[in-house]
Design a protein around this ligand. Structure first.
Ligand SMILES: [Zn+2]
Length: 63
């Protein structure tokens, strides 16, 4: 998902009063065709760093 789309989703979600979201689907975030390394919720547009989304999936990021 493009960063602009995520920004739009966040604005729409905020317009709904920012209800709770359990972030059912995350997509890779792109900016100008390049992956940012973050993922974006397709429902609310919230973005997550790799460490955050790995933790959400129950797989802690370890180097
Ligand atoms: Zn969400």
């Amino acid at each position: 998902m493009q960063m602009d789309e995520a920004k739009q989703l966040r604005a729409e979600w905020a317009a709904k009063g920012s209800p709770p979201c359990d972030h059912p689907q995350l997509l890779k975030e792109y900016y100008l065709g390049t992956q940012t390394g973050d993922k974006v919720c397709t429902t609310c547009g919230e973005d997550f760093s790799e460490a955050e989304w790995r933790a959400m999936q129950g797989r802690p990021a370890r180097s």
